[in-house]
Write a protein that binds this ligand. Structure first.
Ligand code: ADP
Length: 516
């Protein structure tokens, strides 16, 4: 990729289903906001186009104004849309609100009170391009994300580019390859494309369904084929996606336009020195506030805690009663290693630590399984919080990172993972499985070849035994070498996992595909 001068201003529009903090379900939301903000910080023009979900708290949007009214085609009719502009975390956002259908209504970002999510995002994808077409807005780059907005790539090259949009080029980011955007031919027809024409191996057919009746399309594959550049969210995950899974053949074919760019974390949103959610702030040089945060959470949740909170950072390691607090903040889905999390809850208790799980699950039986586990673990020092995303869970997540000594991320696969990086910034040492972005960001303290960047603990296996030995190692370091642990904590906090570096890589890609 070519080197860019920062004064070579690019105009980028993200078309996305999520944006933190107001429409965030997972890492996608964090990525869009963090990347947009970092590019704006370097002087580029960035806007985000987002469905105006009914679930969005409008008071979180600054300067919200209705701007354009227009219509976009869907299922044989032109659906009226109200477009709003506003600012979120310093990023200009365009909100699209369909006026005559139920799309994006309901109390949740996904799984709202309308039936067909896929149809809603096909509608949204076209409506974004339609707005650019009628207003003459021609960004250099349209950056699309995940299956939800994958159809933009096909709609752009097969429709809008033949109309008046000439300038934009497409960058597609895969945040999780498992989300294929399975789509029926007639669903693609609904947004005005000829669905049948995508039913080929070269275009968008989902190869798993070939020979089946009915065959399916994959929006994700369509975007891989139709975008000018593709990224995924870490170098190791990129290699993993090239090696396994039905889509790997397509990715290999387009290898030359595919790269892995590690996500950053938004260091303004995630800043223990200024975080408004924390009762006490702290930084790498002064960890007293962190000790208070731990104490505060332990008290608040009814866990055992040291009676005397330490006042002097130099004495706190000696006085610390050595009860490590392990947190796990996650969606409780198989990807995240549910069986390993379950095992860790039990094992940490046996090893004399405390465990807090902030877990959300779309599946009520998983929720209740963990609830039962919380009731059955007869160790008072365990606390399990299972809840769906609500306004207060974001605040709680901030508090838990600040309170934790250790953040556990035992994922089966993990495209990038943000929680290990957020954890480090808040002085929680990451314990991770070596996969995807976890392998690119966490280096084991006992790995002699990685001593310079050592910042956590890593295990390989998918079994409970591998996890257990790592937990034992980490706990014994914590309990037996408190000063060493304190040093490791400060070192982890000072690592730069900000968007600044990754934004530079994205900007190089934007510049390399844009039209001059
Ligand atoms: P994914 O996108 O697969 O969920 P990431 O690690 O990339 O995983 O991003 C997770 C983000 O969502 C982090 O900001 C994390 O703090 C937040 N998060 C995950 N689960 C919860 C939860 N149960 N409550 C609050 N925040 C959560």
């Amino acid at each position: 990729s070519q080197v860019i001068a920062d004064n070579d201003i690019a105009y980028i529009i993200h078309v996305t289903a999520e944006m933190a903090p107001l429409a965030k379900v997972g890492g996608l939301g964090d990525v869009v906001t963090g990347l947009a903000r970092a590019c704006i910080g370097r002087g580029h023009k960035v806007e985000v186009m987002l469905p105006f979900y009914e679930a969005i708290a409008r008071d979180q949007i600054e300067d919200l104004v209705a701007v354009d009214s227009y219509s976009s085609y869907h299922r044989g009719e032109w659906v009226p849309i109200q477009l709003y502009r506003g600012n979120v975390s310093g990023v200009p956002v365009l909100f699209l609100e369909p006026k005559s259908n139920r799309f994006f209504k309901g109390t949740a970002i996904y799984g709202g009170s309308y039936d067909d999510e896929l149809e809603a995002y096909l509608f949204f994808s076209r409506a974004c391009l339609e707005w650019m077409q009628i207003t003459g807005c021609q960004p250099d780059i349209i950056h699309v994300h995940e299956w939800q907005t994958s159809a933009v790539a096909m709609l752009y090259w097969d429709m809008y580019h033949h109309l008046s949009l000439k300038r934009p080029r497409l960058l597609f980011t895969i945040h999780n390859i498992e989300h294929f955007g399975e789509c029926r031919v007639e669903q693609l027809d609904m947004c005005g494309l000829d669905g049948q024409s995508y039913r080929s191996i070269e275009k968008a057919i989902d190869e798993r369904t070939v020979g089946h009746n009915p065959e399916r399309l994959s929006l994700l594959k369509g975007a891989i084929v139709y975008s000018n550049a593709i990224t995924t969210v870490s170098p190791t995950y990129m290699n993993e996606t090239l090696c396994s899974g039905w889509i790997s053949a397509t990715l290999l074919k387009y290898r030359s336009k595919y790269s892995g760019v590690l996500n950053g974390i938004d260091t303004v949103m995630w800043d223990p020195a200024k975080d408004p959610y924390l009762p006490f702030n702290f930084d790498a040089k002064d960890l007293v506030g962190k000790q208070f945060c731990k104490h505060y959470i332990q008290r608040g949740l009814g866990l055992e805690f040291n009676q005397v909170p330490m006042l002097n950072p130099l004495t706190f390691s000696q006085n610390e009663k050595c009860t490590p607090l392990v947190v796990c903040i996650t969606r409780l889905v198989p990807q995240k290693g549910i069986h390993l999390i379950r095992h860790a809850i039990l094992r940490v208790a046996e090893l004399g630590g405390q465990f807090i799980l902030l877990g959300t699950s779309p599946n009520p039986s998983t929720q209740s399984e963990f609830q039962q586990l919380a009731n059955h673990v007869k160790v008072p020092s365990d606390y399990i919080i299972t809840r769906f995303f609500r306004d207060d869970s974001e605040a709680l997540a901030h508090m838990l990172y600040a309170a934790a000594d250790i953040v556990l991320v035992p994922s089966i696969f993990e495209p990038c993972g943000l929680t290990q990086m957020i954890g480090m910034r808040y002085g929680a040492i990451p314990l991770v499985r070596r996969t995807g972005g976890l392998a690119d960001t966490v280096f084991d303290v006992d790995d002699q070849s990685k001593q310079d960047c050592a910042n956590g603990f890593v295990f390989d296996g998918l079994d409970e035994g591998s996890l257990s030995s790592m937990l034992e190692r980490a706990m014994s370091y914590y309990q037996q070498r408190p000063d060493w642990w304190l040093e490791l904590t400060s070192k982890a906090m000072e690592l730069d996992n900000s968007w600044d570096k990754s934004a530079g890589e994205y900007l190089s890609l934007y510049q390399s595909v844009r039209v001059r």
